[in-house]
Design a protein around this ligand. Structure first.
Ligand code: MN
Ligand code: MN
Length: 268
């Protein structure tokens, strides 16, 4: 399957600091950086136009209709027949994206890498907050299953929300159990939502919410390769360029993108 790339520079619903709106161009630049080569670990050439097609950036106007614009842009990529890979933006992008993904792939299962569960019912009065996308997704039945990996910033409210929605949560120490749970999802459509703060800030300092004790890049690549079934969509979110150091986090994001594109290309 070909991957359709879509930039979604939306951070109006960040709770703490802005910045991820500027991330798509930087991840693209890292992907095309001549200091590296375009091959994934399995030797897929991820810059081959038959393997990766860039649909450009979602047009946003900074008003209340932007969520609908993101849903429409995601739907257009899926209607082209491509698997959808979006470059965020903060994590608020995932709810409008999943409205499009669930319409095309009912029963999709989500694998979510993050330090945070992002299950707040209503964070600081904003139901579209980047801390709330998975509450919206689960209460609207947009995903059949939700597995969360790398979680280490839980609260009593978030734990109750996870129980309410039947979400399985794996802290970083449970990576091996998480990999088995991912494999056990079996056949059918799968979506990967990757918040870069799921990684340890030593690997990915360019995020607004540092939570030490996170996943390694190698573990993240293992998660991508463990995804079963058909990978129909993915997002890479929360890159905050002003916090990055020497483009390290953008380069990590590009590495994840390569692994995701190769996984989509292999099919399932
Ligand atoms: Mn998140
Ligand atoms: Mn996070």
């Amino acid at each position: 399957m070909r991957t359709g790339l879509l930039g979604v520079g939306w951070d109006d619903h960040s709770s703490h600091a802005r910045g991820p709106a500027r991330a798509p161009a930087l991840i693209r630049a890292a992907l095309h950086d001549p200091a590296g080569n375009p091959f994934a670990a399995d030797l897929t050439n991820v810059l081959d136009p038959d393997i990766l097609h860039d649909h450009g950036d979602c047009h946003l106007a900074g008003d209340a209709d932007d969520a609908d614009r993101i849903t429409a842009a995601a739907a257009a990529v899926l209607e082209s027949g491509d698997a959808l890979l979006t470059l965020g933006g903060d994590h608020a992008v995932t709810y409008p994206i999943l409205r499009a993904v669930a319409a095309r792939w009912p029963g999709v299962r989500i694998v979510h890498v993050d330090a945070h569960p992002d299950l707040y019912d209503d964070f600081e009065g904003d139901p579209l907050s980047h801390a709330s996308p998975f509450a919206r997704i689960m209460e609207q039945g947009l995903a059949r299953r939700l597995l969360q990996i790398g979680i280490r910033a839980d609260t009593p409210h978030l734990r109750a929300q996870a129980e309410r929605f039947g979400v399985r949560t794996y802290p970083p120490d449970d990576i091996d159990t998480a990999l088995m749970a991912i494999a056990a999802l079996g056949d059918g459509p799968v979506y990967l939502s990757f918040d870069l703060d799921g990684l340890d800030p030593a690997f990915a300092p360019g995020v607004n919410h540092h939570e030490p004790g996170g996943l390694t890049v190698r573990e993240a690549l293992r998660i991508i390769d463990a995804l079963p079934g058909q990978l129909v969509g993915a997002d890479v979110v929360e890159l905050a360029p002003a916090r990055d150091v020497n483009g390290t986090t953008a380069t990590v994001a590009a590495r994840l993108v390569k692994q995701i594109v190769a996984r989509i290309h292999r099919g399932g």
